[in-house]
Design a protein. Structure first.
Length: 429
């Protein structure tokens, strides 16, 4: 496919996402199934245009003075794809599958508008109703913090120290452009895409099949690290999902002690079995039935709760989610989080730790939840995450989270990670 056909496909997918209010991944998958002639390179470029358009839908639309998918897609080519209008028109010329060229009047508007003069939520590329939530955490710098959630993300990898070190993984992935990630000496990063490139499929690499590394955002790796799991401890990963943090904890513990991985949704938990085997993890077992956890009540040194949340901290990777999110959905998540915390506390032994994590940057899901929990559970106190951070990252101080009342808040702007909230609570008696 030429650029024109790829651009038209992206426009059709964007219209499908908007009209049917469906996830981008589903719309792209359906387009691919109905256009099997499209190669991997075609699908990659179409996906890039779609995701870039969703990441910065407001700012691109403001510069175009139009919220039409066609105009926003052209905005992607002019900005993220780093193409000049003359080069775009030359590519579209003679392509019967291409959309109509961008109107000269529209191009004049694009060139005349300076994003610095746009309203704050336009520059931040977030729904207007989200403004108070970002202001509550980031204050005067909320626009810059929110706007960083619209950047292209890197691919982050966690070195599985049960089988390899970082030098070995870097050697294995040299052709993929891998380099040391900041902050953790067990993390590797493939930088964000430029223009219309595509990331290598690292999961097809022999090193991945041998369990030398896992794909995991650096923020998620840090969250597991701040949990401070130690070899020999009894650990419950209460909302384990597919097991990313379980694997990270197992490596931190050197396969010593015991990890119980539980998730209420069997489908989410299903991948953990193959992942544990591939990674060489021997100290973890998965549970799909809540009844299996009864013997663990009051016995755990560490209970990790990666709570269900809005995912606002992951908008770089799932930009369509921010346009589907509503304040009603936020309220439902808050109820779920309270219920999860109330259930998880039953497994913490006296002197043990309850670690509450979200990939959200909204205070109602984070600090407010912790404060409400502490108000109803006087036997718990907050463990300051500053010493844990220093212990985890060593002397590297060029990046630092926002520390607030003992908790840590990671973000793309502050720590070059997805957005995460981490609170460590100790049960005193």
């Amino acid at each position: 496919m030429r650029l024109g056909g790829r651009l038209q496909a992206a426009i059709e997918v964007l219209d499908d996402i908007e009209n049917r209010k469906r996830p981008a991944s589903d719309a792209l998958k359906d387009w691919g199934l109905s256009h099997r002639f499209a190669g991997a390179g075609d699908r990659a470029v179409i996906g890039n245009i779609v995701y870039d358009a969703l990441r910065r839908k407001l700012s691109l639309g403001w510069r175009m003075d139009s919220d039409a998918a066609r105009h926003i897609a052209f905005g992607v080519l002019l900005s993220d794809a780093e193409l000049a209008i003359d080069a775009i028109n030359a590519e579209l010329d003679g392509d019967k599958f291409a959309p109509q060229p961008l109107e000269s009047e529209r191009m004049a508007i694009w060139e005349a508008r300076d994003l610095a003069s746009a309203p704050d939520h336009i520059r931040a590329d977030v729904p207007e109703w989200c403004i108070p939530h970002f202001q509550a955490i980031f204050g005067d710098r909320w626009v810059e913090e929110a706007a960083a959630l619209s950047d292209r993300p890197p691919v982050d990898l966690r070195v599985n120290t049960l089988k390899a070190d970082r030098d070995k993984v870097l050697k294995e992935l040299a052709r993929a452009g891998a380099s040391p990630a900041p902050l953790l000496d067990t993390a590797v990063r493939i930088p964000p895409l430029r223009a219309m490139g595509r990331h290598p499929n690292v999961q097809a690499e022999p090193a991945f099949q041998r369990g030398l590394f896992e794909v995991q955002d650096l923020g998620s790796q840090i969250a597991a690290k701040l949990s401070d799991a130690k070899g020999g401890e009894q650990v419950l990963d209460y909302c384990a999902g597919a097991g990313g943090k379980t694997l990270a904890l197992a490596a931190e513990m050197g396969n010593k002690g015991q990890i119980h991985a539980y998730d209420a949704e069997r489908a989410r938990l299903a991948p953990i079995f193959d992942r544990l085997k591939r990674a060489g993890v021997r100290n973890a077992q998965a549970h799909a039935n809540i009844e299996d956890l009864s013997p663990l009540e009051g016995q755990m040194d560490l209970v990790l709760v990666d709570a269900p949340c809005t995912g606002s901290g992951t908008w770089r990777r799932r930009p369509d989610a921010k346009w589907r999110l509503s304040d009603q959905q936020l309220e439902r998540r808050e109820i779920e989080q309270r219920d999860v915390l109330d259930a998880a506390k039953a497994y913490v032994k006296p002197g043990g730790r309850l670690v509450y994590i979200t990939c959200s940057l909204f205070a109602p899901e984070n600090g407010n939840q912790v404060n409400a929990f502490l108000a109803g559970n006087s036997q718990y106190t907050v463990v300051d995450t500053r010493p844990l951070w220093s212990q985890a990252v060593g002397a590297q101080a060029e990046l630092s989270p926002l520390f607030n009342d003992g908790t840590a808040i990671l973000s793309p702007l502050a720590t070059c990670t997805d957005g995460f909230f981490i609170s460590v609570l100790r049960r005193e008696k």
